[in-house]
Design a protein around this ligand. Structure first.
Ligand SMILES: NC(=O)c1ccc[n+]([C@@H]2O[C@H](COP(=O)([O-])OP(=O)(O)OC[C@H]3O[C@@H](n4cnc5c(N)ncnc54)[C@H](OP(=O)(O)O)[C@@H]3O)[C@@H](O)[C@H]2O)c1
Ligand SMILES: [Zn+2]
Length: 351
């Protein structure tokens, strides 16, 4: 098969397509013909640049969320059949820890990742444990399924399970035109919240408004907490869906919380170290909640909502496999609206 094999960590130029043997399924596994896989900063660009920090070994194939068609299944696999349209859920849980054995597998501290710790979907075929594949509803294309599953389940986990967003509450979504942010806007609306979208450029604020947000703020141009105060008639928001951790913007987002509010986060592209006003934290009875990943219920909720047309994937563009290096360069340049998706079935050289 053709695969983008990383043989040394480095810049986008290390992403070279080569011919490698087709994967065969180990017991309990299936092989999927890949039709779509997303490009991500932490799980793709950073692993390409230096995956040693995450325990990636070389040679390696990136690609954490491939979607496509099952072409082979091991003899002992009953949950998936050849011809099934499926998406691969990347987390391989340990199955043994206190979280895994009590139905809270999304909190497993020993989780491994397809596309990081074993070969992923930047290839014509990928193998995966059968328990990691979910059926893609007929209504959904493969690119849509990959993008929905990349972020919407996490958004459900953070907003519904952890921040417990209730109907009628106010939610401020930061980075609202990013991958997780765009999912957050839609999931918060599905949970019945009023949504203020924060983004760092007017075009990205517009994109979040087009995606269903009720109000928008450019937090690089405006005073975020003052704008939120005005929009909410002085009350503030019940939940901040943060996920950026930028030292300048984070305190403004935190200051936007109403009494009893919750800030939930699973990301730190903006730096990761921020100032915390502890007096405000306890005085206003606020909570800061960290989370990551998603449960099977979150995956099911995301697929169901997408099949019903209540959640849609925001895709900037779909590119062929041999454009993987260009896809990474585009991502590094920034300014995208929505995800970049690779389609290994697309003709070479067309994007
Ligand atoms: N399972 C999980 O826990 C999970 C799953 C998915 C993502 N994440 C994490 O969530 C975060 C968001 O992921 P994503 O895929 O949505 O990323 P993304 O598509 O790149 O979006 C991130 C958004 O953050 C904003 N931002 C502000 N400062 C930034 C900076 N210095 N660098 C990059 N972006 C910055 C950008 O919007 P503006 O320019 O408009 O400010 C951008 O749209 C990441 O940290 C990621 O690792 C965690
Ligand atoms: Zn575990």
């Amino acid at each position: 098969m053709r695969a983008v094999v990383v043989r040394e960590f480095g810049g986008p130029e290390v992403l070279q397509v080569e011919e490698v043997p087709d994967p065969t399924p180990a017991p309990g596994e299936v092989v999927v013909k890949v039709h779509a896989v997303t490009v991500n900063r932490s799980l793709d660009l950073k692993v390409r640049a230096d995956g040693t920090t995450r325990g990636t070994t070389l040679p390696h194939v990136l690609g954490v969320d491939p979607a496509g068609v099952v072409v082979t299944a091991a003899a002992d696999v009953e949950s998936a059949r050849v011809g099934d349209r499926v998406a691969v859920i990347p987390h391989i849980r340990c199955g043994k820890c206190a979280f895994c054995t009590s139905g809270r597998e999304e909190q497993c501290p020993n989780s491994r990742h397809i596309g990081v710790h074993r070969w992923g979907g930047y290839a014509e075929y990928v193998s995966a444990p059968a328990k990691n594949v979910v059926q893609v509803p007929d209504e959904l294309g493969f690119a849509d399924a990959a993008v929905i599953l990349r972020h919407a389940p996490t958004a459900f986990n953070l907003l519904r399970n952890l921040a417990e967003v209730g109907s009628g509450e106010w939610v401020l979504v930061m980075g609202a035109a990013g991958g997780l942010g765009a999912a957050g806007v839609q999931v918060a609306k599905l949970l019945g919240a009023s949504v203020i979208a924060g983004a760092g450029a007017d075009a990205r604020v517009e994109s979040a408004l087009a995606n269903g947000a009720d109000h928008g703020v450019n937090y690089r141009a405006d005073d975020l907490s003052a704008r939120v105060e005005r929009i909410t008639d002085g009350r503030g928001v019940d939940v901040v869906f943060e996920n950026i951790s930028d030292p300048v913007v984070w305190p403004k987002a935190f200051a936007s919380l109403a009494h009893g509010g919750r800030l939930v986060t699973a990301g730190a592209h903006g730096g990761g170290t921020v100032e915390l006003d502890v007096r405000r934290l306890y005085g206003r009875r606020l909570r800061i909640i960290g989370g990551a990943g998603a449960s099977k219920r979150d995956v099911a909720s995301a697929l169901e909502a997408a099949a019903q047309g209540k959640l849609h994937a925001v895709i900037d563009r779909i590119m062929p496999l041999d454009a993987a290096a260009d896809a990474h360069r585009l991502f590094e340049k920034g300014g995208l609206v929505g995800k970049v998706v690779l389609d290994p079935t697309a003709p070479r050289g067309v994007s």
